[in-house]
Structure formats: structure tokens, C-alpha cells
Ligand binder design. Structure first.
Ligand code: NI
Length: 167
């Protein structure tokens, strides 16, 4: 397993629509292991393939941050099919280190997700899991969480981010 370099805010590759995955391969299995390793190393809850420069509808989520292997979820060609309620809470992204902001998300989210053996499953998540589903699926559509804010707030965050990146 390897920790992969994570693309950061401003990289055009984070703005692309990702491609659906066809057949599951050993290369994808290795990529997923590396993505879990990277997410854990960076102390994230999830990581989407575009963040490591791979333009595929693939993401990993681990709300236990490495504490419980059973909580590892692999999103393959995921789609949100149901949203309920609203939660507000602080959100961050490994591609925008150092920036955390309050963002409303649905409280409960159900997704349709492909499994590695080519089947389909429905997964329902609440609270942090629901937030992670939305956040990672947004990455696959080329969207970062800061894009939910208006231009003034976004520019403020961008300046703050650039300032701290330069040290
Ligand atoms: Ni992110």
C-alpha cells in the first residue's frame, strides 16, 4: 500500500466529471487499498479517485478513521436516490487542507452503489455517513464543498487557503 499525492484546490482535474467503472480489476483493488491508506494517513473520512488524479467514479469512506475495518465503504458508480432531513455541521476536504466550514447537508441519504462483483446495493447513511456520501459523490461530479458558498465567501476562503499554503 502507498500514500498517494492528493490534488489540491485549483487543480483543473478536480473539476472534471468522472467516468463509470466497467469491470473490476486487480489494478482497481490496489488503487482502493492505496486510497484507504491515503485517507487514513491524512486523517480524512473519505477520498475520491479524482483527488488522486484518477478520473473514475470511485471513492472510499471510513467514518471510523481506521479504527474499524468493517466500516470501510467503497463507492463504485454511486448515485444518490433519496435524501431526507437537514443537518448542519462543519465540513472539510483533503484537497483543501486547513479549511473547515459549516455546510448544510441532508441528514439521511440513500445511494445506489455498485459492488466489486458487478452487483448493486442500496446503502443508507445518517449524520457523518450521509455527509460523506454527498461530499464524495460531489467530487465525482467535479464539485468541491466550497462551491456551495457564494462568490464573496468563496473568495475569502480562497485567499485564506492560499495565504496558509504559502506559509
Ligand atoms: Ni473532499
Amino acid at each position: 500500500m502507498a500514500v498517494l499525492p492528493v490534488l489540491t484546490w485549483g487543480d483543473p482535474r478536480l473539476k472534471q466529471n468522472s467516468q463509470d467503472i466497467g469491470e473490476w480489476t486487480p489494478e482497481l483493488e490496489k488503487l482502493v487499498a492505496d486510497m484507504f491508506e491515503t485517507s487514513l494517513f491524512e486523517e480524512g473520512v473519505g477520498l475520491a479517485a479524482p483527488q488522486v488524479g484518477v478520473n473514475l467514479n470511485l471513492a472510499v469512506i471510513d467514518c471510523s478513521c481506521g479504527e474499524d475495518p468493517d466500516q470501510r465503504i467503497i463507492l463504485i458508480n454511486p448515485e444518490i436516490i433519496r435524501e431526507e432531513g437537514v443537518q448542519s455541521g462543519s465540513e472539510g476536504c483533503l484537497s483543501i487542507p486547513g479549511i473547515r466550514e459549516e455546510l448544510e447537508r441532508p441528514q439521511k441519504v440513500t445511494i445506489r452503489n455498485r459492488t466489486r462483483d458487478g452487483g448493486w446495493q442500496e446503502l443508507t447513511g445518517e449524520d457523518l455517513m450521509a455527509r460523506a456520501f454527498c461530499h464524495e459523490i460531489d467530487h465525482l461530479r467535479g464539485r468541491l464543498f466550497v462551491e456551495y458558498f457564494g462568490p464573496v465567501k468563496r473568495q475569502f476562503l480562497q485567499r485564506k487557503y492560499q495565504k496558509q499554503t504559502k506559509g
